[in-house]
Design a protein around this ligand. Sequence first.
Ligand code: PLP
Length: 292
Amino acid sequence: MFQLPSPLQKIETALTRQFNVNLFIKRDDLIHPEISGNKWRKLKYNIEQAKKENKDTILTFGGAYSNHITATAAAGKYFGLKTIGIIRGEAYQPLNKSLQFATDCGMELVYVDREKYRNKNSSDFRSMISDFEESKIYFLPEGGANTLALQGCAEIVDELNIDFDFICCACGTGTTIAGIASNLKPHQQAIGFAVLKHDKLEQEIFQKFDIQHSKLTIQNYPFGGYAKTTPELIQFIKAFYIEHQILLDYVYTGKMMFGLFDLIAKNYFPENSTIVALHTGGVMNANVLSEL
Ligand SMILES: *Cc1c(COP(=O)(O)O)cnc(C)c1O
């Protein structure tokens, strides 16, 4: 059911030849059709922990298009745990594709307004979920961003059987890139591509996780903000699909790959560098091929 270790695939294109870099893509998008990419990495030890603590329910948080919500719902289905999704904003009917999928997996959705959602870690919030049996609930933060998630993401590096210099990943909370950065050899560096407008993401990651500063750089490719696109980005994703038959999404991996190609073209990488780009999945919820 799970394709692990995920495949590593070489990408050759005019750009990599011109700038003399070796580019590989690690296909975490192929780990599982419904719990794809870094969401599985982040859930793995949390599910183990929930079971260890004898919880029967995972409760987590996300927006209406959250890959973390859909992945948690699917994981609950496969691993025999109930799931509750606290969704930011109002309920809309019909449900969008992500929330419909989550519901089909058995997830119970609870909608909270933006203000309450912001206070989601307060005791106030706990009283709002008093309908549920709290002692049985395993609380997982938004985006699955905790230390156990970090541990799961660190394993991405252990699976790589080539000697690489740089490893790249799209960043929302930054948990995935932080986990990767925590497990590198002295000559290796992680580059996170921020897909949202967030000036302080780098600072925040270093505050939250114990990562050496020399191991991680954040590059900003927000294209106007989270889940926003430009015609240039859409064009890039289509061209990438036509050339490599690999589908990128416009929320995360499309922005990372665009950013990475941009850095290659700006001569960011020394000649002969070996670069691994992590395909973190996400195409189930947001792809652009339907527009082709
Ligand atoms: C959630 C997600 C990310 C971001 O992961 P973080 O650990 O929050 O930085 C990247 N890519 C895809 C496809 C995602 O779904």
